[in-house]
Every structure is written in C-alpha cells, then in structure tokens.
Design a binder for this molecule. Structure first.
Ligand code: NAP
Length: 444
C-alpha cells in the first residue's frame, strides 16, 4: 500500500512513490508527464503518483526535464532497495543491469513496470514466474506497439478468447522507409537516410531494418496471445534490406503493398499444437486493413475464435507516446498495491515451435536472368520439379537481362526454398530478388 506522506499527500488520494531506473527519451517524457499532470492523474485514477528517485548512468548529463537534480542517483540498486519506494519503473533497456534490477525489485516485493522488449523477449517467462511467485505485477504495455494498448487487449480483454493469429506492423522505422519508397520512389538507402534525419531511425538501424526489433515484439505478442514460452530465438526473421523500388512498383501494379509483417499463428492438428512466429517483408492486398498503415505508425490485427477480427492502431514509438503506455501500467500497478487478493497467473506453457519450412503461403519470387532463348523453359522446369505452381508472371527486359516476377499458387515454404536453390544454380539466372510472402489473397 502506498504510504501517505506529509509532504506528498495533500488530499484524500494515497501517494504511491515510484523509483525510476533510466531517464532517457521515455524516462524524461514520463517524469514530465507525471510532474505536470499529477493532480489530473489523481483525479482521473484515484492514485497520486510521485517519482521520488531517478537512477541514471551519467549524473552530469543535461536532461530535458528541469528540477530533477535532487532526485538523481547513479546507483540504481539503491533505488530498488529504498524502503520508501513502492513501485519500480525500468526504462534503461537491454539485458543487464535491467534484468538484475527487475529481479531484485520483485524479490523486494515491488511491482515493476518496464518497456524493455529485448529483455522480455528473451527472459519474459523467467521474470513472469518470479513476479507470480512474489505476488507482484510485472507490466510491460510499452514494450510492444508504444502507445497502443495491445498487451492489455491480449492479456485482459481477450483473456478468455482462443486467439488464432496475431499479425501486425510493429516497427515504425521500417514502415516509414517502405512508405517513403512507395510514395516517392526513393531508394532504400535514400529513405533510410531520411528516416535517420527525422529521428524515425537510430544512427545504427540494424535492429530495425534486419527485423530483430519486430522479432522481439512478435515473441512477446505470441507469449501473451498463446500463454506460451516463446522467445525471440523462436522467431523466423528477415528484414527489408533486399527490397528495391521495382518490387514495390510491381506489388502496386498487382494491387498490393509491401510491409514488414510480424505474424504469430497457432496450428492445431489433432492432439498436436504448434506456434509459428515469423517476421519478414510481405505483399499485402491493398484491401487488407494493414495495407493502409503508413509512415511510422503501427497496427496489430488479431483473429480470435469468437471475437472475430479486430485491429489496434497507433503510435508505436516516441518518448511521449511510450510514456503514456508506461503511465497506464503504473496506475494499474499502483491500484494493485491496494488489492487484498491477487489472481494467480497461469504459468506459461511449453509449446512446439513450428518451423518456417511448414508454412503454406503464396509467394512472390523475382529473378534477374540472361535474356536469351530457352530461359523461361529452364526456369519453369525448376518450379515444376518442386511442385510449385505459377499463378502469374511478369517480365520486363533491359539490355541483356530480363526481370521476371512470379506469383505462385499456394505452396509449401520448403518447396519454395528448394525452388530458389534450383534457380540459383541455373547458369542463366544472374540474381535472385528477396522472397516475398503474400497475405490477403483468396488462397492464402
Ligand atoms: N524510445 C522509444 O520510442 C521507445 C519505444 C518503446 C519502448 N522503448 C523502450 O524503453 C526503454 C528506454 O528507451 P529510451 O529510448 O528511453 O532509452 P535511452 O534514451 O537510451 O535511455 C536509457 C536511460 O537509461 C540510463 N542508463 C543506462 N545504463 C544505466 C545504468 N547502468 N544505470 C542507470 N541508468 C542507466 C541512461 O542514463 P544516461 O541518460 O545517464 O545515459 C538513460 O537515462 C528501452 O527498453 C526501449 O526499448 C523505447
């Protein structure tokens, strides 16, 4: 229970003292939000929040929030162990020291709010179990989809629902780059430079453009949707670095857009259950709701047995949007301090991870080949030998090369991969483009 304090409790609201670990983009936005809106938050929620101590790495660094010097320390464990503090917010990021600090906080009997997708996607089950045995909350709405209340939708609103598939655009940087390539025909490199200049991408964009950030979020979404122990290592992951403007133009002519898609899907065959988790560029029908998610926005499309289809949309990143999600968790955790009983959370299940080889999809395959007689027959032979049936083909010629783009009928990933190996070996094939899986077609 939050201890009323002479200085802080000036009304009927009990004050909950919060220790903040990390005061960077999100941490500073959270401090500003709570310092400025403490009264309004108390009126709206019945909880007065006060950030009383803040741990950072560099005490001398200039920060965007004034009047925090007296609350700063460079010893985060002292914040965790401070008996005057009721709740901990971890906004440091990465694995260590965040993991040790969260574990220590839970062992101290303090609920924890975090936005740390990397940590939750690798050690989520362990931390979840520790929180359950400590009888405390571990809340992390901001770790996936920024301001979008996705974790709460999956874990609370849809708690009793049998979710079949969660599919979304969960990385704003790549969505911004692909949107710019599509709208202005900018090359991948030009769109990336623009994204870095505008603050939509980090100076080192690897985690975003290679799909690792989306893979971490996919693991978290899948763990909650299927109550299963799924980590980022289980996620098949391909980024957007091989996408060229010609791919985007082709997709557009055929009625699709290209997006970096995160998919978590449950398969049940008799007694067997498996989960396939994947992140890769995909061609999405323009009529699909996810196709109209532009720029740095995120959206997640959920398919449930009884709820049917629903989509959540919003700002997936940014200090202020992310701080809003952290604040929601803080209010929930603060209210939890006043609960007499807690519901026991079920332990996460160990489930079979379905390999990508077993995916059934329609595919888009691009080949650059020598423009000479007989090439088409050789290429068609390779498709035929793996039983991959071609639904349509478009050929454009330039100088001595031909660019052929094939869309297949429904095919097995393992057969498509074997087809790609076969094509690679052909003397007439100069280059293979990136493989695109197609979403939203009748036979998908
Ligand atoms: N930024 C976003 O839009 C966004 C969106 C969703 C989720 N998130 C997640 O939110 C978390 C925070 O992100 P951010 O963008 O705010 O990161 P950030 O700007 O890099 O801030 C990290 C903070 O942690 C502090 N810190 C680092 N190591 C520390 C240590 N050993 N002891 C104490 N403090 C330490 C840093 O101190 P100094 O300031 O002194 O260096 C800094 O204040 C991450 O988990 C991130 O994945 C961020």
């Amino acid at each position: 229970m939050g201890r009323p304090n002479d200085e802080l409790a000036q009304d009927n609201f009990s004050t909950v003292r919060v220790g903040l670990l990390g005061c960077g983009n999100v941490g500073c936005a959270l401090v500003s939000l709570i310092d400025a809106e403490s009264e309004a938050i108390a009126e709206r929620t019945g909880v007065r929040l006060a950030i009383t101590r803040i741990a950072v790495r560099d005490l001398a660094k200039r920060r965007s929030v004034p009047e925090i010097a007296s609350r700063l320390t460079d010893d985060p464990m002292s914040v965790v162990e401070d008996e005057e503090i009721d709740l901990i917010v971890e906004l440091i990021g990465g694995i260590e020291p965040a993991e040790s600090l969260i574990e220590a906080a839970l062992r101290e009997g303090k609920s924890v709010v975090s936005a740390n997708k990397d940590l939750l996607a690798s050690r989520g089950t362990k931390l979840h179990d520790l929180a359950a045995s400590a009888g405390r909350d571990l809340l992390y709405e901001a770790a996936v989809g920024g301001a979008i209340p996705l974790v709460r939708a999956l874990s609370v609103s849809l708690a009793g629902e049998r979710v079949h598939r969660v599919m979304g655009i969960v990385n704003g940087t790549t969505n911004y780059i692909l949107t710019r390539m599509s709208e202005s025909s900018a090359s991948y490199e030009e769109a990336l430079i623009e994204a870095i200049k505008l603050g939509f991408a980090e100076a080192d964009p690897t985690a975003d453009v290679e799909g690792y950030d989306a893979a971490a979020k996919t693991a978290i979404m899948a763990s909650i949707a299927f109550n299963a122990d799924i980590t980022a290592h289980d996620v098949y992951c391909r980024g957007i670095t091989e996408i060229v403007v010609a791919d985007i133009d082709f997709a557009s002519r055929r009625g699709y857009v290209i997006k970096l898609l995160a998919v978590a899907e449950r398969f049940v065959e008799g007694e067997d259950e498996s989960i396939l988790v994947r992140v890769h560029p995909a061609m999405i029908r323009k009529s699909h709701p996810l196709a109209s998610v532009h720029g740095a926005f995120n959206a997640v499309f959920i398919e449930g047995e009884h709820a049917g289809e629903l989509m959540l949309y919003g700002r997936g990143a940014g200090g202020s949007a992310t701080a809003s999600a952290v604040l929601g968790d803080l209010v929930e955790a603060a209210r939890g301090l006043q609960r007499v009983t807690t519901f026991e959370q079920p332990a996460r299940r160990h489930v079979q991870i379905r390999p990508i080889d077993q995916l059934s999809s329609t595919y888009c395959i691009t080949i650059e080949a020598k423009d000479r007689t007989g090439v088409m027959a050789e290429v068609a032979d390779v498709f035929g030998s793996q039983g991959v049936s071609i639904r349509s083909m478009e050929q454009t010629d330039s100088y001595s090369e031909a660019r052929m783009v094939f869309i297949t009928h429904l095919a097995r990933e393992s057969d498509v991969q074997a087809t790609l190996h076969g094509l690679e070996k052909l003397d007439s094939v100069v280059r293979l483009g990136g493989l695109l899986r197609v979403v939203g077609d009748e036979d998908e």
